[in-house]
Design a protein around this ligand. Structure first.
Ligand code: TYD
Length: 197
């Protein structure tokens, strides 16, 4: 089973991915995007550095390159042996950040993402919803996206809402304004009924 967590910067995905993995036990594994392989972690360092200028299409392709390596060498093999893979961000991040907030266009980003993932789509996507301004305060770091400011994060949030409206059976909005324990309980209520028997 393939579960992804999505949301604006500072929405608490990373904490929730760890809590979910702990609750699901040894068959679960957590990954983060971009990252999860040696090559993808090196791409992550480049993408995270706001002092390295990067053309938006180059940025898009680097996210896709990192994802292609992670999908083919880690996620697919894990799913094939029956593991529950929990991924902190996936294709919906690229649609929301590059496709919409950066303005590269959803169609183009979808096509490239499809190549990168070889068509792999999550079974369940948990969309952690908070006020983008609050998330930005909480995110604390200063990567190239957080440096874009609150309007950028608002465009990301709107793009996510749109994805959730289009794909309601895959994408479940979660109210992420409560304590980590509150949010975890909401997540478990969605995940448990969908677990493989
Ligand atoms: P992440 O480490 O999840 O940041 P945070 O924990 O602060 O939410 O992601 C790093 C940044 O990369 C984040 O600002 C979102 C951005 N991103 C994209 O723009 N496109 C993508 O495809 C992915 C996976 C991430």
């Amino acid at each position: 089973m393939f579960i992804t967590l999505e949301g604006v910067d500072g929405s608490g995905k990373t904490t929730q991915a760890a809590m979910l993995a702990r609750a699901l036990g040894a068959s679960a594994m957590t990954l983060r995007e971009p990252g999860g392989t040696d090559a993808a972690e090196r791409i992550r360092q480049l993408l995270a550095d706001p002092d390295t200028p990067l053309d938006p299409i180059a940025e898009l392709m680097l996210f896709c390159a990192a994802r292609a390596d992670l999908v083919s060498r880690v996620i697919r093999p894990a799913l094939e042996v029956g593991r529950i893979v929990i991924c902190d961000r996936f294709t919906d991040s690229t649609i929301a950040y590059q496709g919409v907030a950066r303005g590269l266009g959803i169609v183009r980003v979808r096509e490239l993402s499809e190549v990168a993932t070889d068509g792999l789509v999550p079974d369940l996507t948990l969309l952690l919803e908070i006020d983008p301004a609050f998330g930005l305060d909480r995110a604390q770091s200063d990567d190239r996206f957080e440096a874009e400011g609150v309007r950028f994060q608002e465009r990301v949030a709107e793009a996510y809402e749109d994805i959730a409206r289009r794909e309601p059976s895959r994408v479940v909005p979660i109210d992420a304004t409560g304590t980590p324990e509150d949010v975890h309980a909401l997540i478990m209520a969605e995940v448990e009924p969908r677990l493989p028997a």
